[in-house]
Design a protein around this ligand. Sequence first.
Ligand SMILES: [Fe+2]
Ligand SMILES: [Fe+2]
Length: 241
Amino acid sequence: MPAPFFTVTILYDNRTTRDDLLSSHGFSCLIENHEGRRVLFDTGESGPLLLENMKKLNIDPSTIEKVILSHEHYDHVGGVKTMISFRNDMEVLILPSFSTAFRENFTDLKVLLKEVNKGMEVLPGLFSTGEIEGIIPEQGLAARGSEKALFIGGCCHPGLEKMISTAIGVTGQTIGAALGGFHLCHSEDDEIQSIFQSLKKMGVEKIAPCHCTGFAGIDLAHEIYGTNCIDTGVGTTVEWF
Ligand SMILES: [Fe+2]
Ligand SMILES: [Fe+2]
């Protein structure tokens, strides 16, 4: 079997796959490419909790080149200061919509704060969608594969379908799988069902819902996707070829 193009490991989530790993409301995942280059997507709410999970999963924080923040919610950006303490040259990719108050946290630090406006490559083969408009603007990531790309979302506040359509445009590939928080925790069952059905029509063959997808959303994802719905939590690893 060839080596995966990308490996994604969930480090922070509302649920866990192992008793020794800690769960908490929030999201963070490590994305590693085939050359071993690593970025962190979101940081959860608590830096110490994130670090504890990294330690148990044998991930050295100083090996992370960039932290990419999906949006400014506390349960995604809370651990960023902890992370940047491990490396002077760590880049933090934010969005134009991030507040002045957030930026002021970094004025005395040597962190390289960069804005992602439009879709761009953040690591070879790994793309940000750029800032997607919504009541809460957000960026998602998409990792190119041999045929299809893997979409990764933090909360998907602007809408899962809208974020996946943007990811298709940015990568030039169909999205074959989607992982992350899909923010369906306040949606009615019929709305959730129609979103997953429309994802299937868009070519999304596999789904790995977590964080703010919500219990009903995760149950419906299992119902609609069957064995192509991956159980997720802290410690889940998805390989993308
Ligand atoms: Fe969230
Ligand atoms: Fe959020």
